[in-house]
Ligand binder design. Structure first.
Ligand SMILES: CC(C)(COP(=O)(O)OP(=O)(O)OC[C@H]1O[C@@H](n2cnc3c(N)ncnc32)[C@H](O)[C@@H]1OP(=O)(O)O)[C@@H](O)C(=O)NCCC(=O)NCCS
Length: 172
């Protein structure tokens, strides 16, 4: 068995049994994700233990624009005064209940950060943006260096430069 992160393939991956404790995230992977993928609304990456095709965890990535006035001053002051700048949205991240606490959340987050860094070298991105559904998720993201938006503390961002430093430190 080999842990593998790969793009969602609706014909191959088993989505129906996925349960992370948040209905919106469970419904999304079983009912909406493959449609979003087909319509190019977002990319969806899943963790499987190959050759078992049950989904252990998943995340989604898409492009986003961010209002720089919502960012903290120390970060925003280094940026040009364009009202909106491009970013990468980590729209969803979830680990199946049976597999929480095994490091899969961290594995998926690091993979998403590394992908966003790689993509930013082709099409620029200022930061990764995400939104926490509750304080537990908020604490999870803050642990890795995400910063909270000024006006909405459940929204978080991680500057690409900081992602680059993290990836260099972790040698990934
Ligand atoms: C949040 C979530 C992704 C974490 O996944 P996980 O696989 O259980 O987490 P990991 O095993 O990779 O844990 C990695 C580290 O984060 C820590 N961590 C996990 N959940 C945490 C939390 N709620 N608050 C603070 N730290 C947390 C772990 O202790 C671990 O740190 P350690 O190595 O120092 O012990 C998972 O619990 C989940 O899917 N939750 C429901 C959906 C959700 O809230 N998604 C977030 C986006 S809205």
């Amino acid at each position: 068995m080999v842990l593998t992160i790969e793009p969602l393939d609706a014909r191959k991956h088993i989505r129906s049994g996925f349960s992370c404790g948040k209905d919106s995230l469970d419904n999304y992977i079983s009912k909406q994700a493959s449609q979003d993928l087909k319509r190019r609304v977002t990319t969806v990456f899943v963790l499987i233990d190959d050759p078992d095709f049950n989904i252990l965890a998943y995340y989604t990535l898409s492009s986003f624009t961010v209002d720089i006035t919502a960012l903290d001053k120390a970060f925003a002051k280094k940026l040009p005064r364009y009202p909106l700048l491009t970013a990468t949205l980590l729209g969803r991240l979830a680990v199946d209940n049976k597999h929480k606490g095994k490091g899969f959340g961290e594995l998926m987050l690091m993979d998403a950060l590394k992908k966003s860094l790689n993509v930013s070298k082709q099409v620029t991105s200022l930061a990764m943006i995400t939104e926490a559904l509750d304080t537990q998720a908020l604490n999870f993201y803050k642990k890795y260096g995400f910063k909270q938006f000024k006006q909405n503390h459940m929204k978080l961002y991680f500057p690409i430069k900081s992602i680059e430093e993290l990836c260099r430190t972790l040698d990934i």
